[in-house]
Write a protein that binds this ligand. Sequence first.
Ligand SMILES: NC(=O)c1ccc[n+]([C@@H]2O[C@H](COP(=O)([O-])OP(=O)(O)OC[C@H]3O[C@@H](n4cnc5c(N)ncnc54)[C@H](O)[C@@H]3O)[C@@H](O)[C@H]2O)c1
Ligand SMILES: [Zn+2]
Length: 401
Amino acid sequence: MSGTTRQQSWKIQTELPVEYEIVETHDLLNPGNPDLLTVPGGGRGTGTRLVILDHSVDELYGAKIRTYFSENDVPVDYLTLPGSEENKSIERVLEVVNKLNEVGTNRLSSPPIVIGGGVVADVVGLAASLYRRGIPFVRVPTTLLGQVDVSVAAKSGINYGGYRNRLGAYTPPPRTLIDRSFLATVPRRQLRNGMGEIFKMALIKDLRLFELLEEYGAELIEARFQDPGPGEGPAAAVADEVIGRAIAGMAEELQPNLWEKDLQRSVDYGHSFSPLVEMRALPELLHGEAVAMDCVFSALLAAGRGLIDDDQFTRIVAVARRMGLAPSHPLFCDVELVLEGLADTVLHRDGKQNLPILTAIGEVCFLNDVSEDEIERACAGMGRLLGTGAGRAGQRVGADR
Ligand SMILES: NC(=O)c1ccc[n+]([C@@H]2O[C@H](COP(=O)([O-])OP(=O)(O)OC[C@H]3O[C@@H](n4cnc5c(N)ncnc54)[C@H](O)[C@@H]3O)[C@@H](O)[C@H]2O)c1
Ligand SMILES: [Zn+2]
């Protein structure tokens, strides 16, 4: 051996092409519709398919789903899981893993199918990403939030240690199927919840979508996004356009930054202060409700800096209210809590605020120098919105300046 130590190193470099699709379908549970059977890559696959159902979906559509698979003579096994945020847990992930073992799911050719809201989609998404280090699955979102937001997501996550989505993975299902008719049974509060995410999308990049919400948002919720009878509610084309624009906007934002290497993400609008508020308020606030409040809070920051004017702010609050989304909550007036939420967000954004802030309805910039004073003023603004008096035309926003 010579006296010099030579350090050897090996480098592995590869690329991972990612392709997944979101497909609109109609009458998905009609046994004649093959969409639910087709496995990614084509054909019907082999082996038993595990079908994971959200408990409400099982109650409402379970018989139809069972008829669908039996009429198509496809071997299936079922697992029913509860929806709602408290169930986005590691225990539920392991329940899915155990069931995959029991069923004997093939590594590629019998992808499990998850039919339900964002919670079961996230639980199954994480289980599928862990199982044998990753198996494909098929996602069928049945809530509005699921259809416009989770549908496009590459990632899955569960709550842990008091934090939202603390554990998760980036493993998009190759196929997501969207059938608007599932929304017919979704409670209106849950539809408003989904509207919270559509509202965010409109604010960051789509003035036309904002105008659609302004004009039809309330009626769409009333009609549960279903095709109207003669002379009733907004046309089916409006429901399709609102859902379509929200999905397209999300896809456009995610594609160039799917692995979130760039932590300046406009889709994080509404998600800067809300995660901690949402967790602290559990189970009182739904995700989209907290997001809508954060959208307003962030708009207060923008107004405080003169980036948007009072009329724009008033319009934003009015649209939220018209859709039945409260613009504020006492937790958003709690300066300490909001600062704590921001501190965790800064960790999530690798040490930077990267706060998406509106420069107009439909446009954002990013700020990294928002001060505690500004947060305090925005909290005070949220306090005024708790009553009925604030947010009206003429009211000076950020009036504590
Ligand atoms: N993976 C991602 O990138 C991503 C993106 C956005 C949101 N999410 C997650 O999604 C979750 C929220 O999803 P959600 O709003 O769908 O909540 P959810 O899954 O809890 O569903 C809401 C309620 O609706 C019920 N339900 C589902 N479909 C129904 C139907 N067709 N008819 C009647 N009731 C029905 C459910 O049982 C539940 O009680 C959050 O945990 C959020 O973090 C994930
Ligand atoms: Zn969200």
